[in-house]
Design a protein around this ligand. Structure first.
Ligand SMILES: [Zn+2]
Length: 58
């Protein structure tokens, strides 16, 4: 199971293990889902995604 999921529509990346209902993961359409290789937050940031305020703490 992947650790991180990006939303292509709003450019936000979520941490699936600690996601909350505020993340609205279920509303992300299949075509808008982005997975990362490698599956790390660093890779998501490299691909210009913004960290979700609900599930990713700095
Ligand atoms: Zn989130």
């Amino acid at each position: 199971m992947p650790g991180y999921l990006g939303n292509r529509l709003d450019g936000v990346v979520h941490h699936l293990a600690v996601m909350t209902s505020d993340c609205k993961i279920v509303e992300i359409k299949k075509l808008d889902k982005v997975y990362f290789v490698p599956d790390t937050i660093e890779q998501a940031i490299t691909e210009k995604f913004t960290q979700c305020k609900n599930c990713i703490k700095n």
